[in-house]
Design a binder for this molecule. Structure first.
Ligand code: NAP
Length: 356
């Protein structure tokens, strides 16, 4: 018996990606999709799908999810904008009552990623949408928090840049390689799909295609997630600076981390730190020292590829991932698999496209 899965925010870009991944998942099926209007055919919003599902509004969805839960496990993805997910989930949880406890919920927004409403307000420049609500979601980066995620019922999937940044720097923090008081410098280039389904002015094709620019130079909100993880892995105070760039492509993040080292280490020794940290990880490829990963290797897959270099006591980590998959829907599904004690790779064992 396949497990029923619901998606809220079904018209969105990541919702379409989740529905696509669910089409050939060995253990899940897409049971329903939720939009504000609640009457569109899912295939009209995402013509690449084969689904015959008609979207429903929240009230109808909760009644159907309750029925699903009465006969076994079920899952829900919240694929809503920041500031919307917490309120929608609060309404759904109220309507579901005690049945909500058994529902595996994976939120793709930032609403449950940070440990306190104060951290959220500092990073997002506005009050948390439900500061008194349940913020006890497990942070959904399986390579760091697998044991907490296994069997979890509430998961906050990380941001796309935040995923790339943490996967690049945490092995160094865990091994004590980072110079005391250092600032970790990240340069990240993202594709336009990072902005979602509806183009804003700066993301519109005529301005973005062929163009290249940096943005958020005063600080990017995903830095807060990285600082939160660094605090757990590294005893000392570190700073994190991300300079994000808009790249002229649709999918993918190319991240470059420059890290001042605490001691002498050559590229092979440094590479072995990342190789050992990620030994056995199904989605992480650590290249031999000197390797330079390419977007086309990982785009279309849940894979991450990274290379480690050392020069003049500065370690450079180059890392690539697909923001819509390992940085978004793929990682959310990886988390959902863990919630249900299923193989983490179920429905995700695809290679990169190779040609874009
Ligand atoms: N895109 C990425 O690469 C990426 C990666 C990681 C995480 N994320 C995060 O994942 C979430 C979804 O991202 P996305 O790119 O899929 O965004 P998106 O394309 O803008 O989709 C968001 C969806 O939420 C719907 N929505 C908004 N308010 C709603 C409400 N109150 N009730 C029901 N539906 C509502 C929107 O519906 P309407 O069309 O009716 O407005 C839209 O379909 C965001 O929080 C984003 O930051 C995105």
């Amino acid at each position: 018996m396949k497990i029923p899965i619901w998606i809220v925010g079904a018209k969105g870009l990541l919702a379409g990606e989740l529905a696509r991944l669910l089409e050939d998942h060995p253990h899940y099926f897409l049971a329903g999709a939720v939009t504000r209007e609640g009457s569109e055919a899912l295939i009209h919003e995402h013509p690449f799908l084969t689904s015959a599902i008609t979207c429903v509004a929240v009230g109808q969805a909760t009644a159907e999810i309750e029925r699903d839960l009465a006969s076994g496990p079920a899952g829900l993805f919240l694929a809503l904008p920041h500031g919307e997910a917490a309120g929608v989930w609060k309404t759904m949880a109220c309507e579901l009552g005690s049945a909500a406890e058994e529902l595996a919920v994976v939120d793709l927004s930032a609403d449950f990623r940070l440990q306190s409403p104060e951290h959220y307000a500092a990073a997002y420049g506005r009050e948390h949408p439900d500061p008194a609500g349940d913020l006890g979601f497990v942070y959904g980066l399986p390579e760091l928090y697998r044991s907490e995620l296994t069997g979890a019922r509430r998961v906050a999937a990380p941001g796309c840049f935040a995923t790339a940044m943490q996967l690049a720097c945490i092995p160094a923090a865990a091994a004590g390689l980072i110079a005391p008081g250092a600032t970790l410098l990240f340069q990240g280039v993202t594709g336009s799909s990072g902005s979602g389904a509806v183009p804003g002015k700066g993301c519109h094709h005529p301005y973005r295609n062929g163009n290249f620019k940096a943005y958020s130079l005063a600080g990017h909100r995903h830095e807060a997630e990285v600082l939160q993880a660094l605090a757990a892995y590294h005893g000392q105070e570190l700073k994190v600076h991300l300079v994000p760039h808009s790249g002229p492509f649709a999918r993918g993040i190319h991240m470059t981390l420059s890290l001042p080292l605490a001691g002498d280490l050559n590229a092979e020794e440094a590479t072995s730190v990342w190789s050992e940290f990620y030994a056995g990880e199904p989605f992480i490829q650590v290249l031999p020292a000197g390797g330079s990963p390419e977007l086309r290797w990982v785009v279309g897959s849940n894979r991450v590829s990274l290379g480690v270099h050392v020069r003049d006591s500065v370690c450079t980590v180059l890392l690539v991932l697909d923001n819509t998959l390992k940085g978004g829907a793929g990682q959310a599904l990886q988390n959902m698999n863990l919630c249900h004690n299923l193989p983490e790779t179920a429905g995700l064992a695809r290679a990169g496209l190779g040609v874009l």
